[in-house]
Design a protein around this ligand. Sequence first.
Ligand code: GTP
Ligand code: SPV
Ligand code: MN
Length: 612
Amino acid sequence: MNLNELKHEGLKKWVEEAVAMMTPDSVEVCDGSKAEYDRMLKIMVDAGLGVPLNPEKRPNSFWFRSDPSDVARAESRTFIASKNKDDAGPTNNWTDPVELKDTMRGLYKGCMKGRTMYVIPFSMGPVGSDIAKIGVEISDSPYVVFNMHIMTRVGADVLKVLGTDGFYVPCLHSIAKPLGPGEKDTGWPCEPDVNKKYISHFPDTYEIWSYGSGYGGNALLGKKCLALRIASVLARDEGWLAEHMLILKLTNPQGKVKYIAGALPSACGKTNLAMLIPTLPGWKVETIGDDIAWMKFKNGQLYAINPEAGFFGVLPGTSDHSNKSAMDSIKKNTIFTNCGLTEDKDVWWEQIGYGAPGETIINWKGEKVPSPKTDKPVAGQEIAHVNARFTVPASQCPVIASEWDDPNGVPISAFLFGGRRAATIPLVNQSKNWVHGVFMGSITGSEITAAALDLKAGSIRRDPFAMVPFCGYHMGDYFAHWLKLGKKAQDEGHGDKLPKIFFVNWFRKDADGKFMWPGYSENSRVLAWMFDRCDGAQNFVETPIGNLPKPGSIPLPSDVSDATMAELIKLDVDGWKAEIADVRENHYSKFGSKLPKELADLLDVLEKDLNK
Ligand code: GTP
Ligand code: SPV
Ligand code: MN
């Protein structure tokens, strides 16, 4: 398709302006076809940037390796450039939009010389769904084009829905300027100086400008940039929810179904939970989405769609034991980035379940090293980068729910919030009501993981609703938005249809630093408890922090003793007192007058109750 075929005047003008600024050698409007996908891969492979995998072991799959600067989201280079600084709030990097655009125009000037500009029309959500939105990404990276093919719905039908004057989010992306004289080719095209990468959002005009990175969350702009940072602003303005949540379908032994949406911070188990194979007999989990949920109230019932069309999942730790559904999903038609490449052209990563085959293996840095005999990670010598990822179509997941792409969405019965916490936070806890659930979501803390470049892994940060890296506006206003939607539903007489809110923690550790809860498939026991709780089962005890499981109400996995379970579901009064102090001093204090009073009050109530 060429530019003249674009029927949308605004879109055409925007593309023409980008062409004038970036001066590509040619321009292509993407059609989303299989032929286009194959052609983009061939360009990368011919340039020596990708390796086709063994067609017997991984048909139609490819291995890629990025520059070391380009392995994760760059949070310190991610900007929310609202007109008013106060609109970005204390959790975002704010910068002046006019200055930022000036700087970036300088970087974009002539950046596509010698390259092709791809114009990628995509839909987040089933094309034409009343919850879906359209974006158009301009990029000079074939890697971005084929990953967008997998992660979103790309093609001509999107342009048809867009019509001549429809709304779309313009997403500008370039990997880097062409190399200047004497500049070193790092192999992977990007700006290797992290401080020259920009992932910029202009919430007042719903625009995204990204420069210098080819990594997923920085470059596949439909995902975190559009579907969360810009969509959270659209959701605030239009009265819906755009959340960093998996969506799963849970069926009990009697065949009754509930849909649950869950927010866990990056690399804290969303993909695993969404694809879980229950150990609890008779229960079934099917996947709707593994990372993002867009939700709208219809007649008082909240409906959710997965705006994505694929999974961009963490490889290390993925095995037949931890996530067999993911392992089965990635047997073919998969893009692997930053894992190991074996002698027989297959892929390998730490905790895959077996040692690396052959004598040698190529690690994510491109070095040939002896094959590790076990899959245990060795810090600093990882074969796969800790944030190595797969990209795969959702349709390849063996436990994908048939309604995963229903344009109407699925009705949500429960929310689950959680984080990675070694102590204090119980295995599961139900909020007392909607406002208390928002309170619990707002104080979520989690140990930092490797999903972001510039944070120190291991220390705890407050990550309310798992949205701190992804909320495009002031998080005090975000909490207020959640409270407002709940109140509206109640005022309209739909309070009983509001999703029940739960808090989970799979990551408690004992004194020896070992996980106390086996997690993964065994998490089905917690899901079942939640399911029954939604139906009013008397399986709980009321406590100041919420409803905790009644002893005996969660059947024990074989490797969990009664004593361990008692520890996992007890109220740790001293731990919570420390938690309250930290929330008050280091977290809530940041939001100033934008912190909803209801939440500040609940913190006081909790403190009083714990002191009783
Ligand atoms: P993003 O894609 O970054 O948003 O991550 P995610 O939330 O989808 O996390 P994912 O499911 O990919 O899991 C990340 C890491 O957590 C992997 O190394 C998993 O093995 C590990 N993990 C997931 N679930 C559990 C669990 O129940 N227990 C333990 N101990 N680890 C888990
Ligand atoms: C995350 O970091 O939460 C991810 C991967 O899901 S990325 O697409 O890079 O955001
Ligand atoms: Mn994520």
